[in-house]
Design a protein around this ligand. Sequence first.
Ligand code: UT7
Length: 328
Amino acid sequence: MTERNAGIIGMGHSYPEGILTNADLEKIVETSDEWITSRTGIKQRHKAAEHEYTSMFGTAAAKQALERAGLEPTDVQLIVCATTTPDQIMPSTGALIQAQLGATNAAGMDIFAACSGFLYGLTMVESMIRTRQIEHALVIGAEVLTKYVDYTDRGTCVIFGDGAGAAVLGPVEKGKGILATKIRSDGRYEEQLYAPGGGTKLGTTHETIDEGLHFFKMKGNELFKVAVRSMAEISAEMLAQAGLTVDDVDIVIPHQANQRITDAVASRLGVDETKVYSNIAELGNTSSASIPIAMDECIQSGRIKEGSTVLLTAFGGGVTWGGTVLKF
Ligand code: UT7
């Protein structure tokens, strides 16, 4: 069996219309536009309404990605949804998106790797296409984080926003597509970013809810350093594996966690800041959705075009991290 290259052949994205600005947050918690802007780079984030949920945005992004790839929903054999904020515990959000799309020839599943989930999906699907187990797949990052955020905790509520991005993957010509990709985790850092309630360990009880254990809890300051180190290291490793240097890269798209993290990763890599994409001011941190949304924005604006070399890197709760080098 001859192996083949796998790459992205269409992308799309979607987010809720609702917007929560820094001025809105000033009315909810003890914070200021000045603090949020200078410490994170975020000016606003999109926020789902009460009746909106994760699969709605995942499906909208996936439909757009399929249209742009020139494919029907029935042309994909796998739908991988990376999410930490599923519609419900069961079935998977991937299966719910499958139903909403009418992708009757696919298997739907979720990946639970926080902000690195999209790169986890790319890495798994790449090998399935390369080894000819499947022809086409959707990898989606979709989140409604604002429903898991404690709006009395100023350390987390100012950061997160909602949205979804999707990529259709398929076979591409040699020398193109995913050139190197790797994912990692270290569960010993569990308590740096976690939502302890609602699972089999603590259950869902009146006590867990009263204590807010279903909400995200984050030791932001400690995570910051691990995030910068992990993303810079895996990026350098993936570039070396692809036989490239930072000078060969046209655009770097890091997970949009915090503008200061993005700047520190760029500085460690020695990459010119004009090559590093950021949309955190408008969208905040959308976890697994941040990379595919940013990529699609770059494709639509022409910053990523045929022949572009793109470096992706992510870091998130778990902790998890990853790096991917692609040629379009
Ligand atoms: O998505 C992937 C995983 N997540 C991350 O990678 C997030 C990484 N961490 C971060 O982005 C940053 O650590 C934060 C933005 C979360 C926090 O910024 P920081 O510069 O690390 O602040 P800090 O936690 O060290 O807090 C500094 C001060 C504290 O006050 P004192 O103790 O010095 O008086 C905080 O209580 O800032 C205070 N503070 C705030 N003040 C106003 C924390 N949050 C806020 C806030 N508004 N929203």
